[in-house]
Ligand binder design. Structure first.
Ligand SMILES: Nc1nc2c(c(=O)[nH]1)N[C@H]1C(S)=C(S)[C@@H](COP(=O)(O)OP(=O)(O)OC[C@H]3O[C@@H](n4cnc5c(N)ncnc54)[C@H](O)[C@@H]3O)O[C@H]1N2
Ligand code: MOO
Ligand SMILES: [Mg+2]
Length: 421
């Protein structure tokens, strides 16, 4: 008698995975290697930025009070007592009707509170001394970039769990983070199972297919922010698969297999979980594709038995494996980000189970529009290339017409979503 499995709702399956106790770890890496990694601690300003008042223009630093009487008919003259560029500070004390020629980025002389742009000053020499004159008054603070205007010492600037982008790299450098606290990348191992599988470089043979899941999953692991550890492909042989899975578990933080997880005669994953005494969290989910997705735990490690069918495998990873990886990367929003979009074409199939349709989400005149990126069957590979999202069609619904607003999950987003969607 074939085993009967009871499907559980997607939300329950997600919860069982996310309740699994697994923590991220911090490592410190050079800032030069930190782009694209995830912060494991909040980043706080360690000083004011800028940490001194400075000139935002090339010009003359003056005391605003000395400029009050300046007008078109009454130029006011200043003696230029020093000349500084960025990185230098003046040693002069600026007295009434004196100015320092100052370049963008240089620290303001302490007595000065305004900068006259070069274009507004008339420059000349008299008796071997430098002078400039202006024909308009300035207020205190005019053309000054103030200490702390960009950030104040102690400000929390970036939350842990954020993916480091080029702007964050600039912030890390600004505050002297030569070593950056980032989440250690979880090591995600995986096997592709199936006697039918050929390697990419192999010529086709009758009954055999090239192993596409490995390359797809490797990229999904990387996109999720984890480290890929590919153990290779396995034939559908119980002992071989059992030994391989058992030994691989020591080398990884979690282990994925693709294929061999359904009720077929050569689907050995269920028996392997039993033999290693793994606790199965679920083995049937009310979703399409990916209903056979199985998750088990053994010795503090999760085992993801993803379907062999490419589309089902892809969806299973995004819904269950990616969020737990993201949790280990310290984010508070580990799930795929959900948005609403207008369905661009009819999708008239009924949905006994919740359906995750691989789809192409675009902007149309300021709104989000979405359409399936190919055939909606779990064995289909081609629809995956154009998929940047999943349309969620709830279980128990009949069909959806073009123009309907639907929920979509974003695959290329790195901010994420809290649970529930
Ligand atoms: N009697 C039943 N049969 C099936 C059921 C069921 O409930 N009762 N479920 C179906 C569903 S739904 C799915 S999904 C598949 C899941 O099968 P498995 O996860 O056991 O995967 P396999 O049987 O090993 O392979 C399925 C399919 O995928 C191809 N495959 C496998 N690995 C790869 C790979 N690395 N690259 C590309 N393609 C791969 C494989 O050749 C098969 O065609 O079971 C249904 N059957
Ligand atoms: O698990 Mo299967 O992918 O539902 O088609
Ligand atoms: Mg099978």
């Amino acid at each position: 008698m074939v085993e009967r499995r009871t499907p559980i709702p997607v939300g329950e399956a997600v919860k069982r995975v996310m309740d699994f106790s697994i923590q991220g770890q911090t490592e410190f890496i050079s800032i030069t290697k930190s782009f694209g990694r995830y912060l494991s601690e909040d980043i706080t300003a360690t000083n004011d930025v800028p940490h001194f008042d400075r000139a935002p223009y090339d010009g003359f630093a003056v005391r605003a009070i000395d400029t009050k009487a300046a007008s078109q008919t009454n130029p006011v003259e200043f003696e230029v007592v020093d000349h500084i560029g960025a990185g230098l500070i003046t040693t002069k004390s600026v007295e009434a009707f004196q100015a320092v020629r100052i370049m963008t980025g240089a620290q303001m002389p302490s007595e000065c509170d305004a900068v006259v742009m070069l274009e507004l000053a008339k420059v000349y020499e008299k008796d071997g001394k430098s002078f400039m004159s202006i024909k308009r008054p300035f207020n205190p603070g005019d053309n000054v970039s103030f200490r702390g205007e960009d950030a104040k010492d102690g400000d929390v600037l970036i939350r842990k769990g954020t993916k480091i982008n080029p702007g964050i790299q600039a912030i890390l450098a600004t505050f002297g983070y030569a070593k950056v606290p980032v989440a250690r990348k979880p090591i995600v191992g995986f096997f592709a199972t199936g006697t039918e599988l050929l390697d990419v470089e192999d010529p086709l043979e009758p009954g055999k297919i090239r192993n596409s899941n490995s390359h797809m999953i490797a990229a999904q692991i990387e996109r999720a922010g984890a480290e890929v550890h590919y153990f290779g492909k396995l034939p559908d042989e119980f002992e071989t698969c059992y030994e391989a899975v058992k030994q691989a578990l020591d080398k990884v933080d979690m282990l994925i297999t693709t294929g061999g997880v359904s009720v077929g005669d050569f689907d050995y994953l269920p028996a392997i979980y039993e033999k290693i005494k793994a606790e199965v969290l679920f083995n049937k989910v009310a979703m399409r594709p990916g209903s056979v997705t199985t998750v088990a735990q053994f010795n503090g490690k999760l085992l993801f038995g993803l379907s062999g069918n490419p589309s089902a495998c892809y969806v299973g990873f995004e819904l269950y494996t990616r969020p737990i990886i993201r949790k280990m990367l310290f984010t508070e929003k580990p799930h795929l980000r959900k948005e609403k979009a207008i369905l661009e074409e009819d999708f008239l199939k009924a949905n006994p189970f919740t359906r995750f349709v691989r789809s192409d989400l675009t902007y149309k005149e300021g709104k989000l529009a979405v359409s399936p990126s190919g055939l909606d069957k779990s064995n289909i590979v081609m629809s995956l290339a154009g998929a940047n999202s999943f349309i969620i069609l709830p279980g128990g619904t009949r069909g959806f017409e073009a123009g309907t607003e639907v929920d979509v999950l974003l695959l290329e987003d790195f901010t994420g979503n809290e649970w529930p969607w």
